[in-house]
Design a binder for this molecule. Structure first.
Ligand SMILES: Cc1cc2nc3c(=O)[nH]c(=O)nc-3n(C[C@H](O)[C@H](O)[C@H](O)COP(=O)(O)O)c2cc1C
Length: 336
């Protein structure tokens, strides 16, 4: 029987999402993205199952209630540990637990998780089954198309089928291979060619599965085009470096008024001031906002005011107003 708690049944809930990104998509970043994109599904940075179990949970699993819907991404390959971490994540209120099968870094390979798991579908299936058993929220997988120079669609499909048979109904497909030898993680996000057609074909051949497309999506138009072939678009670097694209997509797909960058930023004032009052440094919040005016007149000055001032002792909301004033002065000059 369909267990509604464990399935993502609302197609709107997965149309737009922001990718898990280590060192980037922390809670401050996600709160910022939430202000821009009220309907997006947000993902945490990857947290290793061991860290969830033994580490500083208050820090590693920090989450603000405005972030919902938000998924916790786990790394690991031991079913019992992943199950325990999934249970902890769900109990802390995460709406989905996602297993990383796409990260190619050496550290990850040494620990036998991330992208090298694409070669171990039975282990992934056992992990997913244990996680599903342990928690009451959907368990999903983020993967690549394959590893190294293995370009056989049937191998990719067999991986998905085995994991789906264990109960996973949603796959985020970073639509390129991971090359485990000779490429850095950064190169692994750029060099192996993108093959969206594989993600589309997966959706065609397994229509019962929810398939999100990820990799190289930079504009609202590109994000929209994937919806013709799959269930959702996940943006990573573009969302981070040019976050206003999230607002454009959210309003285009879900309705609502297109708000200005300044208005969106000012809506975060209560959050920023509450965090500062808790002792958080402004720089930890504003570092995620530097790209808000990317491509706009005054965008560089905005970035400069924030990056030069946010680390100074006592930096507070007034610095953000100062940065906004600079962009507004460019706009006023242009209008004159
Ligand atoms: C700084 C950075 C950190 C990343 N960390 C993770 C991670 O923790 N887990 C993961 O599954 N993918 C991670 N990725 C990969 C992204 O989730 C995404 O799959 C990839 O960047 C391709 O999407 P894009 O072209 O839209 O950026 C990371 C990417 C970047 C740029």
């Amino acid at each position: 029987m369909l267990d509604l708690k464990k399935e993502i049944v609302n197609p709107q809930a997965i149309r737009l999402s922001v990718a898990p990104m280590m060192d980037w998509t922390d809670s401050h970043c996600r709160v910022f993205h939430r202000a821009l994109a009220p309907h997006a599904r947000l993902y945490t940075e990857m947290v290793h199952a061991n860290a969830v179990i033994h580490g500083d949970r208050a820090r590693l699993l920090a989450m603000d209630p405005v972030e919902h819907p938000v998924a916790l991404q786990l790394g690991g390959s031991e079913p019992a540990l992943l199950a325990q971490a999934a249970r902890i994540g769900a109990e802390r209120g995460f709406d989905e637990i996602n297993l990383n099968c796409g990260c190619p870094s050496d550290r990850v390979q040494a620990g036998r998780f991330g992208a090298c798991l694409m070669r171990e579908p039975a282990l992934v299936a056992a992990s997913v089954a244990a996680m599903i058993e342990a928690c009451d929220v959907p368990v999903t997988v983020k993967c690549r198309l394959g590893v190294d120079d293995d370009h056989r669609f049937e191998v990719f499909l067999a991986f998905v089928d085995e994991v789906a048979a264990a109960g996973c109904t949603m796959f985020v497909v970073h639509a390129r291979n991971a090359w485990l030898k000779g490429l850095s993680p950064k190169e692994n996000r750029e060099v192996p060619p993108l093959r969206y057609d594989w993600a589309y074909r997966l959706k065609r051949e397994r229509p019962q599965l929810k398939i999100l497309v990820n990799g190289g999506i930079a504009t609202a138009e590109e994000a929209t085009s994937h919806l013709e072939h799959a269930d959702g678009s996940m943006l990573g670097r573009a969302a981070y470096h040019e976050p206003y694209v999230l607002h454009r997509i959210d309003t285009a797909w879900f309705g609502g008024e297109l708000r200005s960058r300044a208005e969106l930023l000012r809506s975060l004032r209560p959050y920023v001031e509450a965090e500062l009052a808790r002792g958080v440094f402004l720089k930890h919040i504003t570092r995620h906002m530097l790209g808000l005016f990317h491509g706009e007149r005054g965008g560089r000055a905005f970035r400069q005011v924030l990056s030069e001032g946010a680390h100074k002792p006592g930096a507070d909301w007034s610095l953000i107003e100062q940065a906004l004033a600079v962009t507004e002065s460019f706009a006023a000059r242009d209008a004159a």
